[in-house]
Ligand binder design. Structure first.
Ligand code: SF4
Ligand code: SF4
Length: 116
């Protein structure tokens, strides 16, 4: 059975701990952005916010606590191609693969009559 040593456990990076990771950053071309807000809605890290009002509304990174993991969802949804990941998310430590076992075929599901 696989085990983690204590030093491994202490070094397992966590998503929201800046001591363990370099959070990603996106650059938003403010001349392209029209403030539609789609990127803000889709961001899983709540890293983007809208600033300004009316025609001056623009998307920016949250200045307080931007939890960006460079998923690129915002870049994908932006119809104006205004967003690019400028700094990729990176772990401070390296992963250690422990006993991944051998490859096996995916298990199959059987549905019993009672589940239907
Ligand atoms: S999706 Fe694009 S255009 Fe819309 S707010 Fe975000 S950056 Fe601006
Ligand atoms: S790359 Fe992902 S996590 Fe980062 S700001 Fe865009 S949607 Fe949010």
């Amino acid at each position: 059975m696989s085990t983690y040593r204590l030093i491994d456990r202490l070094r397992i990076p966590t998503y929201d701990n800046e001591a363990y990771v370099t959070l990603a950053r996106v650059s938003i071309d403010q001349t392209r952005c029209n403030g539609c807000g789609l990127c803000v809605q889709i961001c899983p890290g709540s890293a983007l916010v809208l600033e300004g009002a009316g025609k001056e509304r623009r998307a920016v990174m949250d200045k307080v606590n931007p939890q960006c993991m460079s998923c690129n969802d915002c870049a994908a949804i932006c119809k104006r191609s205004a967003i690019k990941v400028a700094v990729p998310y990176d772990y401070g430590y390296r992963f250690k693969n422990i006993d991944r076992g051998v490859l096996t075929a995916p298990r199959t599901f059987t549905i019993s009559k009672g589940d239907r």
